[in-house]
Ligand binder design. Structure first.
Ligand code: ZN
Length: 283
């Protein structure tokens, strides 16, 4: 089973995770820029973080045979902090770089006027840089947040097939399904979607435009839940081809729209590195 995790925050994870992911078939990932838990107090910390997403983290992933790309943005939560908003002026410098395959995560957290502005500005940047957009939907008041998200996306003029609306569930899939946007689902250990609930949605809606991710980060999460979803699909009677479509070809098709997805020899690299743990610590 080859797996492309289209949304995972490896900066928050250990080398053990990289090892287990490689052993489970994860060969490529996209790491969206997001909130670090501890609020940032200046734009300089964004610069260091973005540089890490483009430099150190792809190197770290490569030690385990995993191809790493990222998305760059001001996240919805920190769009409310005046100390952070200036980073919007720095984004063009990063959106021009090769390893960046989308603008994201953008969207709503508490649905404030500040979030509205940052979201609209960054959709404009996606259009200007000819990049797809990765859109986070809020944890609270998700249905209303998804509706407002879709309204802003429509207003922005970005082509719907270049947008993924992420963290959907059984309720919000109904709102997004006929819009032409891609549908993202985060599989979590306890809250939100589980592998079995994901399989039920795939049965009902089919695999078209569906992206499944672990969204693993510094919270309770599990980078192997993409694999668990593939296993649950097979147990439910889906074919290997269906699993490959959802866990590999769909994310490839979505991010290939950036023109920057670099997957040459990725399988061969994974085979060479399988079982190796060669990254030493920072000691
Ligand atoms: Zn995320």
């Amino acid at each position: 089973m080859r797996i492309f995790d289209p949304h995972i925050h490896m900066t928050s994870r250990t080398t053990d995770d990289y090892e287990r992911m490689a052993a489970a078939g994860v060969q490529a990932i996209v790491e969206p820029a997001f909130w670090l838990g501890q609020p940032r107090t200046s734009v300089g910390t964004f610069v260091d973080y973005f540089d890490g997403l483009l430099g150190w983290e792809p190197f770290r992933a490569s030690q385990f045979g995993i191809r790493h790309h990222c998305t760059i943005a001001l996240n919805p939560k920190e769009a409310n902090d005046p100390r952070c908003v200036e980073v919007l002026d720095l984004l063009p410098r990063y959106l021009a770089k090769d390893g960046v395959v989308a603008v994201g995560e953008i969207g709503f957290d508490s649905m404030t006027a500040e979030e509205d502005r940052a979201f609209a500005t960054q959709l404009e940047l996606a259009v200007r840089f000819d990049l797809p957009a990765l859109v986070h939907t809020p944890h609270r008041d998700k249905a209303r947040g998804t509706e407002r998200t879709l309204a802003l996306v429509a207003q922005s003029g970005i082509a719907p097939e270049r947008v993924v609306i992420d963290h959907l569930n059984e309720v919000t899939i109904e709102l997004v399904h006929d819009t032409g946007c891609w549908l993202g689902f985060s599989i979590y250990p306890e809250t939100k979607m589980s592998p079995d609930r994901m399989v039920a949605l795939l049965r009902r809606y089919g695999p078209e435009r569906i992206l499944v991710n672990s969204a693993a980060d510094w919270g309770r999460s599990d980078p192997l839940l993409t694999r668990a979803t593939g296993e649950a699909m097979l147990a439910a009677g889906f074919t290997d081809g269906d699993v490959d479509r959802v866990l590999w070809r769909n994310p490839v098709d979505f991010y290939a729209q950036s023109g920057r997805l670099e997957l040459t020899d990725v399988g061969a690299v994974a085979a060479t590195h399988a079982g190796n743990s060669i990254l030493r610590g920072g000691d």
